[in-house]
Write a protein that binds this ligand. Structure first.
Ligand code: ADP
Ligand code: MG
Ligand code: MG
Length: 253
């Protein structure tokens, strides 16, 4: 059983040498393993800032509050340590790492998380299996990480990492955006596969209700003005679908 807690988090974005702006204004959220929480909200409400702040991105500074994974302070961990602790973050805009092949990158990531390098042959088999599940052509294994990938290919690659790393807590920032219907289905199936164990907590950040037709959340939170403005069950997504975010845009201002 894993507990991921975001407690009273305030965070600034560092804009220039002198300039900063508070974006997160007191975020509280607890996610237990086996639960999927959808974080929905208008553009610019701070959803990605929350993901970046948890990831420890240097442009974002948490000014107060804490983030805990089973009581351990995530914000004090290095990037590798976070991954070893079982935290997985898929960013809205995955970075390209030219010159490093996908298979090398993924094997290193798996090695870091599992604490020992998988045998090359075993890993190749595992990788090919997961790639097949995600309808990723096997030729991608030798390509540079995200290099020249389309938006949809980058998102599939994020889910490939997710499947191989088997985290305890996964934060997925707009993994659904820019996907066509078929890709959305493949990506959703990937997310649902890792949920099956009941041992992973999922924070699914999304602007649209579309993915929630495939990945059914246990809880839905509306993010507005840098905090959670309302929380509810899956029915809250239906309200948003019909009413939009207007009501919350005001509350967050
Ligand atoms: P969302 O993911 O909900 O669309 P973001 O977290 O991306 O929202 O952005 C929240 C606010 O923070 C926006 O007003 C955005 O312009 C601002 N912001 C985020 N990152 C930066 C940055 N690196 N520089 C300047 N402003 C930023
Ligand atoms: Mg946005
Ligand atoms: Mg965003």
């Amino acid at each position: 059983m894993t507990k991921f807690e975001i407690r009273g988090v305030h965070a600034d974005v560092l804009i220039g040498a002198e300039e900063r702006e508070e974006i997160l204004k007191g975020v509280d959220l607890t996610i237990n393993s086996g639960e999927t929480h959808a974080i929905m909200g208008p553009n610019g409400s701070g959803k990605s800032t929350l993901a970046y702040a948890i990831a420890g991105h240097p442009r974002y500074e948490i000014t107060s509050g804490e983030v805990l994974l089973d009581g351990e302070n995530v914000l004090e961990m290095g990037v590798d340590e976070r991954a070893r602790a079982g935290l997985f973050l898929a960013m809205q805009y995955p970075v390209e790492v030219p010159g490093v092949s996908m298979s090398n990158f993924l094997r290193s990531a798996v090695t870091a998380v599992r604490g020992e390098a998988p045998k090359l042959r075993d890993f190749s088999k595992e990788l090919q299996g997961s790639m097949k599940n995600l309808a990723i052509d096997s030729s991608f294994a030798s390509r540079g990480v995200n290099e020249g990938f389309s938006g949809g290919e980058k998102k599939r690659h994020e889910i490939l990492q997710l499947e191989l790393l088997q985290p305890r807590m996964a934060i997925l920032d707009e993994t659904d955006s820019g996907l066509d219907v078929d890709a959305l289905k493949v990506v959703s199936e990937g997310v649902n596969r890792i949920r099956q164990s009941g041992e992973v907590g999922v924070m699914l950040i999304t602007h649209y209700t579309r993915i929630l037709q495939h990945v059914h959340p246990d809880y839905v939170h509306v993010f507005a003005g840098g905090r959670i403005a309302e929380s509810g069950g899956p029915e809250l997504a239906d309200v948003l679908e019909s009413e939009g975010y207007e009501r919350f845009a005001k509350a967050g201002a």
